[in-house]
Design a protein around this ligand. Structure first.
Ligand SMILES: Nc1ncnc2c1ncn2[C@@H]1O[C@H](COP(=O)(O)OP(=O)(O)OP(=O)(O)O)[C@@H](O)[C@H]1O
Ligand SMILES: [Mg+2]
Length: 246
């Protein structure tokens, strides 16, 4: 297995770390049968990719092995934003290479310079991502990785979010909705939620992201400007028990 080096990894502030710990704990309390989790949102830019990456790091700190699958085959941020590189300036092979039959599963899983964090990048962008995800290949991939890693976190694309989430979600143990404070559209959230329910994907909960925090007495913002992650009402969103509704 080749190793990818992330050249740029955002530091976690204290507030961010605390919120991620809360989210991590809530996920662990969903039960040990919840291993493959999809992250989606109603609108672009609410923070899915950021939450997936930072949560994955947080889980690895507990000694868990985590695989991130980037299913955004239109515009992957994992390679660009995190400056991912492999030795020899070779092309990083990703999900689209695997789904089009060009690479086997082990050809697209990379270890990273973060111990216990593994990646399947999106691969070269393709015009028909949803169709590709509907293929048997994706199901096969999920059944393989489920037994290999402690957690598999799946990042989804913003365009056609509801459809992709339903397609991918069918092969996951549950879904988490990322909602950015002040940006989210209630009707759109309800539509994504409905789509997941129709597809039979248990909704584990929601992450309220980009929380704006009040000014402290010292005139500074606590955390960064947008506030930080907050794993609030996790487990209370999909159903009242916060348990799997499969
Ligand atoms: N809690 C946060 N505080 C401050 N900035 C944040 C936070 N979460 C995300 N961001 C910023 O918001 C932008 C969008 O985040 P990100 O790319 O993770 O969202 P996304 O939902 O994956 O977007 P897309 O829908 O395009 O895939 C990025 O610039 C990211 O750095
Ligand atoms: Mg994203």
């Amino acid at each position: 297995m080749e190793t990818v080096e992330f050249g740029q990894i955002q530091e976690q502030s204290y507030a961010m770390k605390e919120s991620l710990r809360a989210l991590r704990t809530n996920i662990q309390f969903c039960g040990d049968d919840i291993k493959t989790i999809l992250f989606t949102s109603a609108q672009p830019n609410e923070g899915k990719s950021t939450v997936v990456f930072q949560l994955a790091r947080s889980l690895t700190e507990l000694g868990k092995s985590v695989l991130i699958i980037d299913t955004d085959m239109r515009k992957s941020v994992f390679v660009g934003r995190l400056r991912a590189r492999i030795a020899g300036k070779k092309e990083i092979k990703g999900l689209s290479h695997y789904l089009s039959g060009q690479e086997p599963v082990d050809g697209v899983i990379y270890s990273t310079n973060i111990p216990k964090l593994f990646m399947i990048f999106a691969g070269r962008s393709v015009p028909n991502p949803t169709e590709m995800l509907e293929k048997k290949y994706f199901e096969t991939l999920m059944s393989v990785v489920k037994n290999t890693f402690d957690y598999v976190l799946i990042d989804t694309a913003p365009i056609g979010a509801a459809i992709d989430a339903a397609v991918v979600g069918k092969h996951c143990d549950g879904a988490v909705m990322v909602v950015a404070q002040g940006e989210a559209n209630t009707r759109a959230i309800a539509a994504v939620k409905r789509q997941l329910e129709v597809a039979g994907v248990p909704i584990l909960g929601a992450v309220l992201n980009k929380v704006r925090t009040k000014k402290s007495h010292y005139g500074n913002y606590y955390g960064n400007y947008y506030g930080s992650y907050y794993g609030s009402y996790y487990g209370n969103y999909g159903n009242s028990q916060g348990t799997k509704s499969k």
